[in-house]
Design a protein around this ligand. Structure first.
Ligand code: ASP
Length: 372
């Protein structure tokens, strides 16, 4: 009950200002059953718009402590406002996404950067991608272990190398060569994620790796769980933006899936699977079990439906996430945006951390399925 109260009061606090959002300016979806403010589904021309996610999963009120819910909401709020600040200053969609995702890469709650899940060998291996809809240039990195901000490295690959994707130690070396901060792998360590790995390895009867060198000393007693083990085992973060010039972009950053085999690569850095942007169609960032998103090339498929079939963005998202992904038993969700300002999200899990904002409006945020 308490968590519901927190959620509803925060939603109420995120109401869209009436003056800024007249019917002529921004369309909204029908009011939700729980009475929360309807979502803005269409941004007016020449105004920026943002949609973000912080991971999908078995996220229900019963599985997350109220304090954790408040912290997740605060984390998303800080990140989306970091992007809004860039866009308010006339910044490019790519700058806004990088600024916001760097904030989340520092937040231990989210599965990216510091706070990333562990691979089965006890290391943090990070994936990220960024794509510019105007130029269709893209940069992606996989299995990075030493670069503090993988999203900035993805951008550097896009802008400072002739390539689209770099992996492993070569990617970290490139990061170093372009002056991006390097950290020991233990920088990404959090006790909560470590316990998540240990529990999963034990449950699956697999060998538990040694506690990483450089990690803080083990606490005397287990840290209190802030959510049930399956609640939020994904937690990738992603953002799509349309800037004032009408350019769109997408970015995604993640630690991948907990207890993954080392050097496994998920959908996040696969252009067209977990991340895609084209000013001809839309920008998409995904979260969920990456293997399914790779098989369906989820992000590009949504954009193809928009581009070639002329589908409305939300209809394209629903077709791929609810129908196609469901048909192969994939789980997760996406966020999406079009150059003409349509905003959408969709997920087939019980919850997805998500937020959207249009210029002149307030942050609209949701976690659970019954929120707008
Ligand atoms: N999609 C990510 C992966 O499979 C995980 C996530 O979304 O949390 O690597």
């Amino acid at each position: 009950m308490q968590s519901m109260a927190v959620g509803l009061s925060l939603l109420a606090a995120s109401g869209i200002g009436a003056a800024a959002q007249t019917a002529a300016q921004a369309k909204t979806a029908p009011a939700s059953a729980n009475g929360a403010t309807p979502l803005v589904t269409q941004a007016e021309p020449h105004r920026w718009a943002i949609v973000m996610h912080g991971g999908a999963g078995v996220i229900e009120r019963a599985t997350i402590k109220p304090e954790a819910e408040t912290a997740y909401r605060a984390g998303m709020d800080t990140a989306i406002r970091a992007a809004a600040k860039v866009l308010d200053g006339g910044g490019h969609a790519l700058d806004a996404i990088e600024a916001a995702l760097k904030v989340l890469e520092e937040d231990p709650l989210f599965n990216c950067g510091h706070g990333a899940v562990f691979a089965a060998d006890g290391t943090n291996q990070l994936d990220a991608a960024l794509m510019d809809g105007a130029t269709m240039k893209a940069g992606a990195v996989a299995d990075v272990t030493r670069t503090r901000h993988p999203i900035s490295l993805a951008r550097a690959v896009m802008e400072k190398s002739p390539h689209v994707m770099l992996i492993g130690s070569g990617a970290d070396e490139f990061a170093k060569s372009v002056g991006l901060e390097q950290v020991p792998n233990s920088f990404f360590f959090t006790e909560r994620r470590w316990q998540g790995l240990v529990d999963q390895m034990k449950k699956e009867g697999k060998p538990v790796p040694a506690r990483p060198a450089g990690a803080p000393a083990a606490p005397g007693k287990p840290v209190a769980a802030i959510e049930t083990p399956d609640a939020h085992k994904y937690g990738t973060t992603g953002m799509v933006v349309r800037d004032r010039d009408g350019n769109i972009a997408a970015g995604t950053t993640t630690g991948g899936t907990q207890a993954k085999l080392w050097n496994r690569v998920g959908d996040t850095p696969i252009i067209g699977a977990g991340t895609y942007a084209s000013n001809q169609s839309c920008a998409v960032s995904a979260t969920g079990t990456g293997e399914y998103f790779i098989r369906l090339t989820v992000a590009r498929t949504i954009c193809a439906l928009v581009e070639y079939k002329g589908m409305a963005l939300q209809a394209a998202v629903d077709d791929v996430v609810q129908r196609q992904l469901g048909a192969i038993h994939g789980d997760g969700g996406v966020i999406a945006i079009t150059p003409d300002g349509q905003l959408a999200w969709g997920f087939n899990t019980p919850g997805m951390f998500r937020a959207r904002m249009v210029e002149g409006g307030a942050v609209q945020m949701g976690i659970y399925r019954d929120e707008p």
